[in-house]
Design a protein around this ligand. Structure first.
Ligand code: NAP
Length: 473
């Protein structure tokens, strides 16, 4: 894939970049490694001050970087601004909380004595250089939610960003440098995916985190397995959205629209499969379909736009295949089902897809088990919670889940039985610095954010003090 900014709203190539070569990659790994040896000894307060400075710079740059993101991958401008603001907030959260999250842990006194020690503790130390392979869909947020905890823990980062967001990638490297972090603390590597393996095999690189598709995750995890390196994988999702009879159907339908089309439908934690109890199915389907159909599709730089283009032509082709397969096997399009008509002008060359609701889904359709990365929802009618949970879990993915109910017994059954990294009741899944984020099954492993995320790339060191014998102990 060429490293280039191509505006998905009209297909125009705005800027192209050459990948850095092997020599430059080597130089940057060496810089990262040398920096990691000293940066690991800095105090939390020093790191926090640098990260807060980065947050201030990002706030000041918000409008400009939002526009860059929109031009590179097509998200509506307001969403891009909100993403930048969220990143600054997460930086400040980790600046304020990292020391507490990584404080020494002390095993119980009885257990310490039983082990023969006079005292013991668990001390968190950084691993060193961490390679981050990141996707284009939240080009700032995906990187910051790795970088903020990693830098606060005393690690250093090498970023291989998606090839279609090079300007955002370069901005990030520059942001941390301008904030005053040492030169090797966070560097962007403009490299293709084919160059990732060599970087990860390098002995100076300690670990890797990847957010992206399953094939990319498999490839990076295979190399990491071969070299025995720690990885965190955040992969795809096909999150269920259950609506039970006790739900506030009006609110459930309204929230469902945002949950499905946020980021033009290209979010791993977007609700994708809407599983609705028959008692409220008609009321939900009618409201949901009407609201999906009423969305404004168009130029993401215009404030009135709800849904912009898909980020790549290939992404739209993949989505079209899934929908066409379902329609060919008997699914019914309650709205959409193809490209939007009448966009006019240069937008006719953009990679748009109409907000779509499909009913009558059967397990024979690819869309039943594959991820839809675009504004396409599938609707299922069920007669009870058991059937709803069966469909919800009938997927290779297990990222998050959403359930609308007021019934405490149903809530507990969902917490117990949904195969997912999260269960969100009466709302939609959203990431937050204080809440762990990640999946099970083919959605990956490990966690980002909160204390779980910052400890992923730490060496939890057992420190055991035996009796010195000086005092006869
Ligand atoms: P992708 O093709 O896997 O790309 C993600 C990153 O991996 C890019 O930097 C890409 O580089 C790189 N890459 C691709 N193949 C690779 C390989 N064989 N070895 C090493 N690196 C490789 O994914 P995408 O299409 O950009 O993103 C969409 C997917 O990401 C969806 O499945 C979505 O659900 C998932 N996602 C998950 C989360 C989460 O938190 N769980 C969040 C966002 C997105 P190039 O661009 O150079 O190919």
């Amino acid at each position: 894939m060429p490293i280039a900014t191509v505006n998905p709203a009209n297909g125009e190539t705005l800027k192209t970049f050459d990948a850095i070569g092997e020599e430059e990659t080597e130089r940057r790994i060496a810089t990262a490694y040398a920096t990691s040896r000293t940066y690991r000894t800095t105090e939390f307060a020093e790191r926090a001050a640098l990260l807060e400075k980065a947050a201030d710079l990002l706030d000041a740059d918000r409008d400009a970087i939002a526009r860059t993101m929109t031009l590179e991958m097509g998200k509506p401008l307001a969403a891009a601004r909100a993403e930048a603001a969220k990143c600054a907030k997460a930086m400040r959260w980790y600046a304020a909380n990292a020391e507490r999250l990584l404080a020494d842990e002390h095993p119980a006194d009885d257990d310490v004595r039983d082990s023969g020690a006079t005292r013991a503790r668990v001390h968190y130390r950084p691993l060193g250089v961490v390679l981050a392979v990141m996707p284009w869909n939240f080009p700032l947020w995906q990187v910051v939610r790795f970088a903020a905890p990693a830098l606060m823990a005393g690690n250093v980062g090498l970023l291989k960003h998606a090839s279609n967001v090079p300007q955002t990638a370069l901005y990030l490297g520059d942001l941390f440098r301008r904030a005053g972090f040492p030169a090797g603390a966070f560097q962007t590597l403009l490299i293709g995916s084919g160059a990732v393996e060599a970087v990860l095999r390098d002995d100076r690189v300690a670990a890797a985190t990847l957010t992206g598709s399953e094939p990319a995750g498999r490839s990076v995890a295979a190399t990491a397995g071969d070299t025995v390196k720690k990885t965190v994988l955040e992969l795809g999702g096909s999150d269920p959205y259950l609506v039970m009879p006790s739900a506030d159907v009006e609110r459930a339908a309204k929230t469902a629209v945002t949950a499905r089309v946020q980021n033009n439908g290209q979010s791993c934690i977007a609700a994708k499969r809407f599983i609705v109890h028959t008692d409220v199915y008609d009321a939900f389907a009618e409201r949901f379909t009407a609201a999906m159909d009423a969305l404004t599709v168009g130029d993401p730089l215009q404030e009135a736009t709800d849904v912009g283009p898909l980020s790549t032509e290939q992404g739209r082709a993949d989505l079209e295949e899934l929908v066409d397969d379902a329609l060919g096997r008997g699914a019914e399009a309650l709205c959409g089902g193809g490209r939007p008509r009448g966009l006019g002008g240069e937008l006719e060359q953009g990679w748009f897809y109409a907000p779509t609701v499909l009913a009558g889904i059967t397990p024979q359709m690819r869309i039943h088990r594959e991820e839809t990365f675009g504004p396409v929802a599938t609707l299922y009618r069920v007669s009870g919670l058991e059937e709803a949970l069966e469909i919800a879990n009938d997927t290779p993915f297990g990222l998050s889940s959403n359930v609308w109910t007021r019934d405490p017994d149903e809530m507990e059954a969902c917490v117990r039985d949904l195969e997912a990294g999260g269960v969100f009741f009466n709302g939609m899944t959203a990431s937050h610095p204080a809440l762990p984020f990640g999946g099970v099954k083919r959605s990956g492993y490990g966690r980002e954010l909160a204390g779980h995320g910052i400890r992923e790339f730490c060496n939890a060191t057992t420190v055991w003090y035996g009796p010195t014998g000086d005092d006869g102990a």
